[in-house]
Design a protein around this ligand. Structure first.
Ligand SMILES: CSC[C@H](O)[C@@H](O)C(=O)COP(=O)(O)O
Length: 391
């Protein structure tokens, strides 16, 4: 079951100061729940969507109430913890969550990580296993926040090297800020760090057709952060590069294959081609958990195909991104028009200047360097798992 309530209900004082949390796990009087800041309604309305079981959370993931690779991992983890707390079939829940959307590797990563924690503790009883699952999900949430801070640090230092002198005009695509993260985000966390240091002249925000994650969500975050920003139609990027008004492109990633190919929101690949043509750095910022050593090459990445009506009716159509109850879809194309609606595209590593991860930077982007960063992360994870076992 899922229901809507006003943002911030039941928040502690600390949470209230930091703004509405993007995702939280709550023990409500009615039982456990995963509570989401409903991204379908932003920026018109800040409300929360309360999911009290896994089918409701899967629906929230598929309809983009919660979206963006790192926070999908956190949602997958909390979803498994929710199933465990309810006494539901944990393996079935992990399977449903892991497969709710195919491209962002973090979703399956988070669900499987928490499922494994549950399994390890199962011999101590269902209650202890559920508690262990929740502790693992909370640890993943916290680690993502810490990783986000490192992304901001490494990314802003890299930009100083690539484009010295400040006064940057940065182009970004989709949304990669606090809405996708336990912390300040991925690429947008870097932009925020540059802005705080006084180095941002303008953030160019690609609107991101068809669901407008740029125009709705990145603009919402940029406005809250007090940045100078402009939203542009995706098709306007070419002339912006041609007039010399872009100093760097910063984007996130949904999955990075072992060969360094980057799957990200559809429209990213054309920006990489433009950046190469105009000799502008093209930088991908993502936690190392987005690098998937099990996916060898870009052609092996499954790209999610979404419903035609998102294109033919626009974001306020049947896709559910409605700011008002009962708002009808508005047809943009003739009734019956077919649509091609891949949610992501894949950029080959040779077009990527650098991949910034929370474990360090890959530049040039090679399979060897990405492998090193993944190993560093595995060493860190086994250290913190030992800590969790001891505590
Ligand atoms: C940092 S989240 C991953 C991406 O960078 C983001 O741009 C993206 O493609 C998200 O896609 P979405 O379909 O909104 O979940």
């Amino acid at each position: 079951m899922a229901f809507k309530w006003p943002a911030g209900r039941g928040q502690t004082g600390r949470m209230a100061e930091e703004g509405v949390p993007v995702i939280r796990y709550e023990e409500l009087p009615e039982g456990p729940a995963v509570v989401l800041l409903d991204q379908r309604r932003l920026p018109r309305e800040e409300t929360e969507w309360v999911c009290t079981d896994v089918p409701a959370l899967v629906d929230a993931i598929q309809s983009l109430a919660v979206r963006g690779a790192p926070v999908l991992g956190i949602a997958g983890g909390y979803g498994v913890a929710l199933a465990a707390a309810r006494g539901d079939d944990v393996a079935g829940a992990a399977e449903q969550l892991a497969n709710a959307r195919p491209t962002a590797v973090n979703l399956a990563y988070g669900a499987r990580l928490v499922e494994a924690a549950y399994r390890e503790a199962e011999r101590s009883g269902a209650g202890a296993a559920a508690a262990r699952a929740l502790a693992q999900a909370r640890a993943l949430h916290q680690e993502d926040a810490e990783g986000s801070a490192r992304l901001a640090e490494y990314g802003s230092a890299l930009l100083e090297e690539l484009v010295p002198g400040g006064g940057l005009r940065i182009l970004t695509h989709c949304n990669t800020g606090r809405l996708v993260s336990g912390g300040e985000g991925t690429a947008l966390a870097v932009v925020k760090a540059v802005h705080r240091a006084g180095g941002l002249r303008r953030l160019w925000v690609g609107e991101t057709r068809p669901l407008l994650q740029g125009a709705r969500l990145t603009a919402y975050e940029a406005a809250k952060a007090g940045m100078a920003y402009s939203v542009l139609t995706d098709g306007a990027a070419g002339s912006l590069f041609a007039s010399g008004e872009v100093d760097a492109v910063l984007v996130g990633a949904d999955r990075i294959a072992a060969d360094g190919s980057v799957a990200n929101k559809v429209g990213t690949y054309p920006l990489a081609v433009l950046a190469r043509h105009h000799r502008v750095p093209f930088v991908v910022v993502a936690p190392v958990t987005t690098v998937d050593p099990a996916t060898a090459a870009g052609c092996d990445i499954e790209v999610e195909q979404r419903a035609a009506h998102e294109v033919t009716e626009g974001p306020w159509g049947r896709s559910g991104l409605s700011g008002a109850e009962g708002e009808e879809g508005r047809a943009l194309a003739p009734v019956g028009a077919q649509a091609h609606n891949p949610a992501f595209d894949v950029t080959p590593s040779e077009l990527v200047t650098a991949v910034v991860t929370d474990q360090g930077v890959a530049s040039p982007v090679t399979a060897e360097r990405l492998g090193e960063l993944c190993s560093a992360s595995r060493r860190q994870a086994s250290g913190s798992a030992d800590g969790m076992m001891r505590s």
